[in-house]
Design a protein around this ligand. Sequence first.
Ligand code: FAD
Ligand code: NAP
Ligand code: SF4
Length: 674
Amino acid sequence: MSLKYPKLFEPLTINNTTLRNRIVMGSMHTGLEDRAKDADKLAAYYAERARGGVGLIITGGFAPTRLGLLMPFGGKLTNQMEVKRHRKYTDAVHAEGGKIALQILHAGRYGYTPVKVSVGWEKSPVHPFQPLKMNELIIRQTIRSYGHCAKLAAEAGYDGIEIMGGEGYLINTFLCERTNKRTDKWGGSTENRQRLVVEIVKEIRKRAPKDLMVIMRQSIADLVSEGQTWDEIALLARKLEEHGVDAINTDIGWHEARVPTIVTSVPRAAFVGYTEKLREEVSIPLIASNRINTPDLAEAVLERGRVDAVSMARPLLADPELANKARDARDDEINTCIACNQACLDHAFVGKKVSCLLNPRAGRETTLTLGPTRTAKRVAVIGAGPAGLSAAVSAAERGHKVHLYEAGSSIGGQFSIAAKIPGKEEFTETIRYFTRQLQVKGVTVHLDTRVDADTLIAEKFDEVVVATGVTPRIPNIPGIDHPKVVTYADAVLGHKEIGKTVAVIGAGGIGFDVSEFLTVDDSPTLDVKEWNQEWGVTDDMTVPGFVDKPRPTTPARKVYLVQRKPGSQGKSLGMTSGWVHKATIKMKGVEQISGARYDKIDDQGLHLSFEDKDARVLEVDTIVLCAGQESVRDLIDPLTTAGVTTHVIGGADLAAELDAKRAIRQGTELAASI
Ligand code: FAD
Ligand code: NAP
Ligand code: SF4
């Protein structure tokens, strides 16, 4: 029971299973599902989240048959040996008072494997290898495999199963004309396209125990051309209920959709309206998902009374204790997922183990521990950027006496600049989290204190952590001192006036962010309606897939984004978010110039020359430097010379390829080791 969030903490019964609250941890593939040697790690990962109070955990996707694997030797549940392994997960969760459902996922043409089957011969635009078109025999075997898998899930102790029916995986490809071009009884009419999923549900209901909770992850907005219309989606939901599905967990968008669905710039709870609309069609519990990352937002969704539970996936990676903290009204202690994708989806898509930028312990519960220290030390941490903050809070958690020194008047370092970028407003949650953690863990914070080596030596700390970060690089270009030149920090923090035409030097992550920042006016946050227009999501639900022509807002400035490297820009951007940044600056008319040499800057503007084309002058009012960064390392030599035990982390350690993910990971790992 929670006084603050009465709806969220009201138990929910689905079939025969009562969930202690309405927070569902949505399915996430962590990379620990695939190898037997990782079973204990995966069990510990689930256990930590069950201990943190979540109502229901849905596992990452496990295939019901080899032909549906996500990757070669990927996770599956097809035999008794595997049942034993899955027992570890269910036992671990039940021991903590939680509930767990197995997600059954047939990857279809989204498998990263050369041996895969799909509705047709067509290759996915975002995955390698062509699939084999399923014939009648394979379709029948596949249907049976779902039933078998569900039966094994019950034997392994799962409270339920979730059938992955969205995101462009096998079932979804059968449902949509986009991919289903079949002329047999599995394609053509709506009824034929829906036949596979209906047969799967019937088979599961026939083979699995009656009290096994069966959830359908149903795509309720494909967001691709030739996707389902609303009438088809509604019809399917009704059929699913009729054939014994106990709850629908709603799903948004295919992986190949060109509408972002979960990155940080997507407005919070942007798609809940679709789930609410489904309420008119079925009476079974509905679970809303996508960009619901705080308990107050979840409560507000539930309060409206059309949705029965909320799915929070990444928020439970970022903070396994989210539910307990919400229950106890300790919201300000929640490490809120910022939807950056940097350590979760970006890892998953390149086959790396999933973790979290904010919580490097995610997926490493058994190896990265922050247990109490035997010898409490006096530790000084210099710099309150992400690296210093994570080191300070984690060291204090272990029982060390920590002093944190920050030259600025507030914490956050470069991350505070990031938080000013339109679409990165979530980053302020991280600053809020650390502000509170410094209090909770008893760190002594010295703001407005640019500490020097002599002071630190005189204080006789046991250990000093140098987390002094980075400063913007000032490139050596003739005229760089011209008044029209500003650093990205001054531009974003509003320290300098920015004109109507701007050249941005450097097209790395910051160059892209700053270009976006410059093209929007002072009130950048779009509401859901404006955002839908910008990305071409129509509210005409007779349009298959609900996608239309994007109608972006008018850019506030003319921006040129320039780099020295030839070729396309943005190669260093995140795998699952980079395409959004690239599409955004294109929509905003940013002119991208590659292969440039910076000859000089003068009253006229930025003078460029090129290897293979004519020189050109960008006649701009302002030039913003996003030319990378340099480490701030002035404390290191004096401290080490004086024999002080000194550690260097984050940008101070290495400016190249620095991001908050590395900064926070280094801070946490260091704290775990001292
Ligand atoms: P910093 O953040 O530089 O912090 C160092 C701190 O040390 C500063 O607060 C400084 O004032 C303080 N300091 C320095 N010297 C002293 C001293 N002698 N005494 C006391 N204090 C001192 N990263 C991502 O992962 N994802 C993103 O999407 C992302 N977007 C970004 C967007 C922008 C516009 C910017 C600018 C950065 C972005 N970053 C992003 C990068 C991220 O913010 C940095 O990688 C991260 O902040 C580096 O952390 P740090 O702690 O090493 O250093
Ligand atoms: P960056 O990605 O290294 O980009 C620096 C840019 O400056 C490059 O495009 C480089 O391109 C140019 N450059 C380097 N030296 C130069 C010089 N001497 N003169 C002129 N141009 C020069 O670094 P960043 O953009 O500063 O970002 C810093 C870190 O923050 C990155 O590592 C990134 O991971 C992180 N970040 C991440 C995100 C995200 O969304 N994940 C967003 C923002 C920042 P050329 O050499 O081709 O000119
Ligand atoms: Fe959320 Fe980013 Fe962590 Fe993924 S890496 S869980 S998106 S904060």
